[in-house]
Every structure is written in C-alpha cells, then in structure tokens.
Design a binder for this molecule. Sequence first.
Ligand code: RFL
Ligand code: PHB
Length: 403
Amino acid sequence: MRTQVGIIGAGPAGLMLSHLLHLDHIETVILEHRSREEIEGTIRAGVLEHGTVDLMNQLGIGRRMMKEGHIHHGIELQFNGKRHRINMHDLTGGKDIMLYAQHEVIKDLVEARLQTGGQIFFNVKDVSLHNIETKNPYIQFRSGEGEELQRIYCDFIAGCDGFHGPSRKAIPKEARQEKQKIYPFGWLGILAKTPPVNSELVYTNHEKGFALLSTRSPEIQRHYLQVDPKDDINNWSDDRIWMELHERVDMEDGWTIKDGPIIQKNIVPMRSFVCETMRYGNLFLAGDAAHIVPPTGAKGLNLAIADVQVLAKGLHEYYKISEENLLNRYAEICLRRVWKAQRFSWWMTTMLHRDYEHTPYEQGIQLAELDYVTSSNHAAASLAENYVGLPLEINMLHTTISS
Ligand code: RFL
Ligand code: PHB
C-alpha cells in the first residue's frame, strides 16, 4: 500500500490532520489500534478554545457542536470559601470557550473522514515505523490479531499516537530532546447524573485539595478532585467522593453541590512533558505524542489541533509549491505555542492545587496569587487570554518568517 502521509493514531490530532489534508487533496491513511467504539466512547477533554471552535466551523464539521455544545463567557475561581468570576469574554475583546466533549469531536471527525472516503484502519496491531530518517519511510502493521504483516509506504509519517504510542520512541533516544515535570497530584474524574450546578466552570483551591466543577449536558456533569496519583479508585466509594466534593466546594452562603448517581470514575496522574524533537527525518510528531500538559489549563486537545494546522500548511507548501521552509520550521513554530501552553498549565496547576509539602509561607504566596488574579484586571486579562487560546502561529507567519 502507498499513500502520501501515513498517520498513526485516530485521536484529535490524527483525525484533524487527515481531514485538513483531504480538503487539500493530499492522501492519507490512518492506523488506529483501538476500535471505533472505543475511541468514540473514551471520556477526556471538555474545553475547546475559540480557535478550535472556529476551525471546526470553517471546515464544516461544527454543526453538532454548535447545537449540543455550550458557549461559556467566563470561569470562576473559588478560594477561602468565596467565588470570583473571570469574565473572559470582556477581558479578551469578545472571545469565549466551548464546552463540548472530546469524544463528540472524535465522532464528528470520524464521520467526516468516512463520508469522504477516508481510510481509517481500526483495531490494527504491532504498528512500527521504519526508514524514518530517509525519504522513503514506511509503517508496518497487522490489520488484526494473527494477521500477516503489511506495509504502508509514504512520503511522510505523522506520529499522532498520544503519549504512549510508538512514534516518539522510534526516534533514537540520543536524538530526542525531552523535558518533563511530574506533579505529586492526580485527578479523580467523575461523570454524574445530576443537573448542572453552575452555569460556568468552578476551579476551587481548598485546604483539602483542588476541585473542579464542569459539565457535559443538562443531565450529565463532570467533576474532578485532586487526589494522590498513586491512589486506587476502589478506595473511592460514591459516598466518599460526594462527601469530599461537598467539603471542598460548598460555600459559606449555603450554596451546595447536588449529589446523584456516579456513572464513571477514574484517576489520572499529572505531568508536563515536551519532546522538542518534533521532527526527525520524515517523521513529524503532533499532539500528546510530542507534549503533555496537566489538564488544569484545558490545553492538550487544543495544542494537538494547533500542531496539525501547522503541519497541514507545511505539507501544503511541500506538495503544491515545492517549498520546504515551513516543514523545516515545523518544530520551531509549534514549540513557541507549546511552551506558552506549558507555562500556563503549570501556573494554573501550581496556583490551584494544594502541595502538602508546602510551608505556610508558600501557601501564603499561593493565596496572594489567587487574590491578585481575581482583583487585578491586568492579571485576569492574562489568564483569560491564555484560557481562550493565544493566536495561532501560522496566522502570524508573515511576521515570523521575515524576522
Ligand atoms: P490521543 O487523544 O491520545 O490520541 C492518540 C491515538 O493514538 C492511538 N494509538 C495508537 N494507534 C496505533 N498504534 C499504536 N501503537 C497506538 N498507540 C496509541 C490511541 O488509541 C489514540 O486513539 O492524542 P492526541 O490526538 O494528540 O490528542 C490529545 C488529547 O487527547 C489530550 O491532549 C486531551 O485529552 C487533554 N485534555 C484536555 N485537553 C483540552 O484541550 N481541553 C480539556 O478540557 C482537556 N481536559 C484532558 C482533559 C485530558 C485528561 N486526561 C484523561 C489526561 C481532561 C482529562 C482528565
Ligand atoms: C472537563 O470538562 O473535562 C475539563 C474542564 C476544564 C479543565 C479540564 C477538564 O481544565
């Protein structure tokens, strides 16, 4: 089999890249090791930046998002038992975010690709990358357990296979520039059958730890609790989860969260990670394959979508005008956004979580940071600008290319 761009992974990065390239008449094949049902049912992100929303609409795949998603104009920060609103809409000159679940974005992208004849191989096994440092790379895989090995020859491989996929590891270790930070925090996430508790997200700093109130639909809510990353979800009965949420988010004025049946719960650890070697030969890494952020800034999916827009534009120039400048600058251009999202996600995480190693002095600084960001328009504007999403680098390329 032969294609122009072989894509590993049908997450937001791989599917969006395939769709963007299809619209540009560039051929792709996607290899995904999970089933379609699994990728369309995995609960992850919820917040889309305004640029991601605009892109979905421009590409004609935003119809369901505009109907079923919810636009939020602000967020709330809660500390010392009181809530403070950050009016992102006003602070950014009219920009908002959209609450629309990642697996719904996946469903929309899979449908768009399959409707236009896109090739997605689900349930593949033993995916490996070969000759990536040459102009003739290929991907080897089995179409199912026990099937024969097959090859896809391509001009380029896009490694969109998330943090644990094989693409990044195909780059020799000595050639990989990697930087990471592990946090002593985990998030226990739940989906609960309850009515919405608040019209906007509430990020809470409490002495027992961080809590986040989010939403999915009028019937289903998504909440998170800071827990020990090594804790076992079996230690958390539904009653214990609700008790802990009450303790952290209920307010002095009598406002209280509503309990209900918990239909899904799990614990995820938190890390910040950047592989600066986003290109190696004819392999390009995009999304979580290249970088991870803690979810407190709601940036991971949005960064994945930003990377593939740069890659799609680079591939456009390569195929349509035989120009490689943008492809050569792929890592450099993406990393500027990646590091700013790293900084923001680290900052939100540090400001909102309780580090039990902290001294009373460090706790004082943390509360002063929250007080500052909720009482100074300048500080709040900086949070808002980052939260709704910084401008996309490819839209500013005329300035960076000539500089
Ligand atoms: P994905 O989504 O991990 O997709 C990678 C795909 O590659 C497949 N794969 C393989 N395929 C073939 N062969 C192999 N050997 C393979 N190995 C892996 C996988 O099955 C998968 O389908 O990476 P991508 O596309 O880069 O997308 C990244 C996002 O998924 C991630 O950054 C976000 O979920 C992060 N995130 C959030 N991001 C936001 O922008 N806004 C949010 O509100 C937000 N909330 C969150 C989050 C992540 C969370 N968790 C679970 C860490 C909330 C949480 C709790
Ligand atoms: C979510 O709704 O899943 C969500 C919202 C905000 C975050 C992270 C996750 O910062």
